[in-house]
Every structure is written in C-alpha cells, then in structure tokens.
Design a binder for this molecule. Structure first.
Ligand code: GLV
Ligand code: MG
Length: 338
C-alpha cells in the first residue's frame, strides 16, 4: 500500500497550489466492533459492506477478563472474512497495559496481511509512536510482510494534545489522528460525564433583547472540542496525514451526533468513529460533500479559468484562495466516487 504521504506532492513555488489533504481511501466512518462478542462478530460480513473502515476494538469497552477472547476473535474473523474494499483496522491496548505486547505480536504475525491500520490509544508524544514503529518493523520482518502497517494515534491526553505536532510527524507510518474526547476530558479534569459531543451547561447567551435583561435571551450550545480539533487538523495538514473526530456516545441523539460530526467535517476532519450502525449513515452523509456544494465548487473552478484573479459569481467575490477551497471539495468528491 502506498503511504499517505505519497499523495501529497511538493508544492511548486508560485504555481497554483493543489489541496494537499486527500483521503488515501475513503474512511468517513471507522466502525467499532468487539471481536470477542459473538453476536457482533456474526454481523461483521454484513457491516463490512456498509462501512469504509471496520475496527476490531481490543481496548476500552472490552473488559479485562475478555481481552484474550477479543484478540483471538479478531484473528479468526480476519482469517475468515473477505473485506472487499473495506479497510480492517484494530485498536490495540494502551502502551502501559499488560496486553499490548501480545496484541501486536499476535495480530501482526497472524493477520498482518489483512490489517491496514493499527490505532494506538493514549499517545503522549513522539516516543510512543517510535516505540510502535520499531516493534512493527521487527514483527513485519518476522512475518515476511511486504506491506507496511500504518499507525493511527488517538489524541486523548493533555500531554498528547501538547505534543500533537510531533506525534503527527513521528513516523512515515502515521496515517492519521482521532480526537478521543472521553479520555481527554478525564485527563484534563473537565467536568463532563459523557463520551463526546457538547454539554447543556457549556453555552453562550445571545445579547439581551428589550429592556429587561432576563427576557428574550436564547442560549447557544458551544463545541467543547473546537480547540483540540483545530489543533489536530493543523498538525495533520502540516504532516500530510488525516484528522478524525472520535466517538459520540449518545446513540439515540442522532441530531447532536450529526451536528458534532458536521462541525468536525467543516473544520477539516475526514471522518469519525461509529459505535452503532445508525452512526454509519450519519457519517456517510456528513463526511461526503453535498451534491450542491460540489456543483458550486465546480462552477467556481470553471469560471476562475486558470485559477488566478477574481470573478463575481451570484454576487460573491471569488479569487485564487476560494478556488483552492473548491478544489478540496471537488477532489474529495472524486475520491469518494472512485
Ligand atoms: C476514545 O477512546 C475516547 O476516550 O474518547
Ligand atoms: Mg479513550
């Protein structure tokens, strides 16, 4: 498999700059399943037809006494299933856990040829990626693998956020980074008790209307994750890898899930995790540019000719910079249609 970095050509000085952020393969939703759960495992072949990425989860949400069963389950599912174009990822246990060494040894040697990406949780700095990188190189050599495994980091500790730029550039294996809002909230000692999304107490009020300051006020809920997502997107863009929103735990609140995913999409993320089949469709909708946006982007590109100068389209000024934004939208649409 080509490294994600192969997709980011150097920019020619003075030339119109192509967008650098192109998904390697569609990964709008990373669908989590517990490979030790037989009911869930039985659904894998069907779910694989609907999702861009299937991820066998070995870390949090798998009980300590089910870790070996989850690992063994993933090995047998991977051997027995044809995933077609769907990518198979895994989330291994954290690097300070008693399970991770066996996770990596078993998975790389047994099913390394089936796996595309290893997601590493609770990454604190570049040293964690260097450790995994060396270990993978040894295990790939032992297993005779020719395709290098890629690495995806979860940004879910205060130290990880502080070091996000060095994490993103720590290895050519780096495929992307996901926000991990639940662990990050705990690490930062935030006062939330949920997995991702907003909080009804975190808000701003509109300006008061009328004479009575208590009347006519509306509240708007704000995005608790804006700062971290924006930092993560910049670190990923700088290193030519892909940013993702992580989990949204309130499965029934499909509206808030869609809102959170859309905020992340607009800020530059290419996908999010899905924890339930209902979230697969939400992610597919949100992380695919709408036909209207794509048509508009194509029109701007066409009317801008060589991409320099300025034109007015429907009363809106467009110039070189808007063409670059439009190319991002069109290239994403083409990539998803391929
Ligand atoms: C994901 O792992 C999270 O902690 O949000
Ligand atoms: Mg976590």
């Amino acid at each position: 498999m080509r490294s994600p970095k192969d997709f980011f050509a150097p920019l020619a000085v003075g030339a119109p700059q192509p967008p650098r952020q192109i998904p390697v393969r569609p990964s709008r939703m990373i669908h989590f399943f517990d490979p030790g759960n037989e009911k869930m495992a039985a659904k894998v072949p069907d779910i694989a037809k609907k999702t861009d990425v299937l991820l066998g989860n070995l870390e949090d949400a798998v009980r300590a006494d089910r870790k070996e069963a989850a690992r063994a389950g993933l090995v047998s599912i991977a051997k027995a299933t044809d995933f077609g174009r769907t990518q198979l990822w895994t989330r291994v246990n954290s690097l300070d856990s008693p399970w991770v060494l066996d996770d990596l040894i078993t998975l790389v040697t047994e099913i390394g040829d089936k796996l595309d990406v290893i997601m590493v949780p609770k990454v604190e700095g570049a040293q964690d990626i260097h450790y995994v990188d060396r270990l993978l190189a040894q295990l790939e050599a032992r297993a005779g693998l020719t395709k290098p495994l890629l690495v995806h980091a979860i940004l879910e500790t205060a130290s990880g956020v502080a070091n996000v730029e060095e994490i993103a550039g720590a290895s050519p294996r780096m495929q992307g980074i996901s926000l991990g809002p639940a662990d990050l909230a705990a690490s930062r000692r935030m006062k939330t008790t949920r997995v991702g999304g907003g909080h009804p107490g975190y808000l701003v009020r509109t300006d008061p209307v009328g004479d009575d300051l208590n009347e006519g006020r509306t509240t708007y809920q704000q995005d608790l994750w804006h700062y971290t997502v924006a930092r993560m997107v910049d670190a990923c863009a700088m290193n030519g890898i892909l940013p993702y929103y992580g989990p949204f735990g309130d499965i029934r609140d499909v509206v808030a899930c869609e809102d959170q995913f859309r905020n992340a999409f607009l800020l530059g993320c290419v996908g999010a995790w899905s924890l339930h089949p209902v979230q697969i469709d939400i992610a597919k909708k949100v992380f695919s540019p709408s036909p209207a946006d794509v048509a508009w982007a194509r029109r701007v590109i066409a009317e801008m000719g060589d991409g320099t100068g300025a034109v007015m389209i429907d009363g809106k000024m467009q110039d070189d910079a808007s063409v670059k934004q439009c190319r991002v939208v069109v290239e994403l649409a083409d990539e998803l249609a391929a």
